[in-house]
Write a protein of this length. Sequence first.
Length: 531
Amino acid sequence: MTPSQGACTGVIDQKIDLLVIGAGASGASVAYEATRRGLRVALLEAGDIGCATSCRSSKMLHGGVRYLELAFKTFDLAQLSLVREALMERAHWIEQAPFLAQPFELALPAANCFEKAYYGVGLGIYDALSGQRSIGNSRLLSKTQIHQALPLLRAGVNGGVAYSDGQFNDARLNLLIALTAERAGAILRSNCRVVALEHRADGQLCGAISETSMGEQEHWRASVVVNATGMQADSLRKMADANIAPRMLTSRGVHVVLEANLCPEGIGLLLPATDDGRVLFLLPFYGRTLVGTTDTACKLNEACAPSQAEQHYLIEYVKRWFPDLGQPIVKSCWAGGRPLLKPAGKAINSSRVVREHEVETLPCGLISVMGGKWTTCRPMALDTLKAMETLLGRAMPTPSALPLLGAAQNPALTQTLLLEQQQQLRQLLPETPIQDQQIAHLQASYGLEALALVEKNSAKQLEPLSDVIPICEAEIDRAINQEHARTPTDVLARRCRLAMVDMSEAQRLLPVVQEHLAHADLPKGELDLQH
Ligand SMILES: Cc1cc2nc3c(=O)[nH]c(=O)nc-3n(C[C@H](O)[C@H](O)[C@H](O)COP(=O)(O)OP(=O)(O)OC[C@H]3O[C@@H](n4cnc5c(N)ncnc54)[C@H](O)[C@@H]3O)c2cc1C
């Protein structure tokens, strides 16, 4: 066995079936699907679970209206089937995790009847493509209706079309998928970076070496190694084969969160064509407005650093479409890198790259799952397992049912039990003016596990600490003790979304979180949305 670098200080003796590198949406899904097929799995993550692209999305489960238009303009059936696949997945997640993924409406504004008819037909096709898995039909909006839904929208909009997509909590769904695999037997390690791959004498991959931030190394022996490192996929591919041609392009997408609630009825706005040919979303977000996104080709190490120019670009569009708002107040801002797949050997504009995934198996056996989008992480995982079957020359065992943590055995039962739990939470939680908000927050974060959290903790630990997102101390402890949180950003940006909704409010709670971290012998750390 020849490690390509580094010496091991620890050896994981138990030989595992599958080592998954990277615990974003893709890697967590691979680990979950493999675990429910009875495989022994380890999922290693360099930072926090979902800390890279998967917690920085627009938080939409969607087929992609933009891709539908592209499919028709270019007569591209592959693009169309991609939209349909994503629409099926949209319905899947809304069913499986209804507490953190729901349908919502977006309005496309039209200046005249022609535009309205064009959007109406296009969105009718979008509805039709989802078939039996529809989550709501599109509808025409009159001028009065669109201005009622978006009261500060500029004059000159003469109606529009509203259509449905899904909105979800990306960081928590990512976490729940990984934790579900862990509870079913998978090994889950955060802050554990793979620094080398190991090959047998015949050149075939047989494991990897990981390293923690303290420099402790571990050696993992596995039948199959999957590279699910998103934007970093090329660095793992290079560890496997130093001469391999890179396949990834990185494009940065910035979001800003505005204090103003521009979507008071819960209907978002899709601006279908900016001056530079992109789409922009303004989405309802915790009583504020989420605006995104940009699409700027960038270096890997710049993917999570929003520039002033990009924030300015977004704000200018908000001002153009909502002129009576004045200068918007920005409460939070973050950026994420799209893991785009470059067609081999071509220079290409990233907004034109089809968001399609690819599963590649290198001659040494490294399987890389690359590209795709959040909504389609499950088909990505299933294709990865198919590649594993081909590599091993044997079929996977039949999957057993494995509901996500917080969900019941079937979607109908989940809904029934959530309603019952709502009443129980009302009896147990401290009576505060924001009790309803706290119940909604607890259910949205933990699903059916909210009751156990509340039952185990005292009234003081359950006291809401903020009225932006009513997080309480019991949740901070749970994040640290049961959900692998290690830094203030893990707790305040990913376990709850406070820092992504309102950075100054998250800063206010930082000392409380630091105290809990210190109590658990962890470094206090600072809040940093770039990590
Ligand atoms: C701005 C923006 C908006 C988006 N909006 C949407 C949307 O609304 N809906 C949608 O469906 N999709 C959306 N996407 C796409 C979607 O977010 C991504 O496709 C998806 O999150 C990628 O997940 P991933 O697991 O492949 O990558 P990542 O989430 O980046 O996960 C890869 C993980 O691998 C880890 N890693 C890297 N190297 C190592 C190593 N050596 N050892 C161990 N771990 C390692 C990283 O730390 C990281 O956590 C958006 C993307 C962007 C950028």
